[in-house]
Design a protein around this ligand. Structure first.
Ligand SMILES: [Fe+2]
Ligand SMILES: [Fe+2]
Length: 152
């Protein structure tokens, strides 16, 4: 099972997204650590938290891409959807009593690394300028503060 190390190539340059991605990486590493203990309750909690947060991140990211009018938002959403399906299958196997933590950890670190680098990296140009606009009206109850409240 691999420990996921944050590298520069994972940075999108959009702070709010990078912070969310880092948090996901931290959670993957928490799963890595917790899985060693073989305590099912603890592992279950980490998986729950990790999946929850990742779903919120996806929803936030999709909303951001839509707001920015990013042309590939549809295929990007499809990729998120397929990933959620795969992860749900692992959750079901876990609930059924299987020991899937190592396998899930491997999938997550491999998949997320690629997804952040390639798919998320591809929307940066479109989203970055949009982000500067929405950050400005953060305090004034603009899109960003609403989206953060809605998804997290
Ligand atoms: Fe992302
Ligand atoms: Fe994404």
């Amino acid at each position: 099972m691999s420990f996921m190390v944050w590298t520069d190539e994972l940075n999108t340059g959009i702070d709010i997204i990078d912070n969310q991605h880092r948090r996901i990486v931290d959670m993957i590493n928490a799963l890595h650590d917790t899985a060693k203990g073989k305590e099912r309750d603890a592992i279950g909690n980490v998986i729950e938290e990790l999946v929850d947060y990742t779903l919120s991140h996806f929803a936030f990211e999709e909303s951001l891409m839509e707001e920015a009018g990013y042309q590939y938002v549809k295929p990007h959403k499809k990729v998120h959807e397929l990933f959620i399906k795969r992860v749900s299958e692992y959750k079901m196997r876990f609930t059924a009593g299987e020991d899937i933590a190592d396998e899930l950890n491997n999938l997550l670190s491999r998949w997320l690394f690629n997804h952040i680098k390639h798919d998320d990296g591809a929307y940066v140009g479109a989203v970055k300028s949009q982000m500067q606009t929405v950050s400005k009206n953060k305090q004034e109850g603009g899109w960003l503060s609403k989206a953060l409240k809605r998804f997290f």
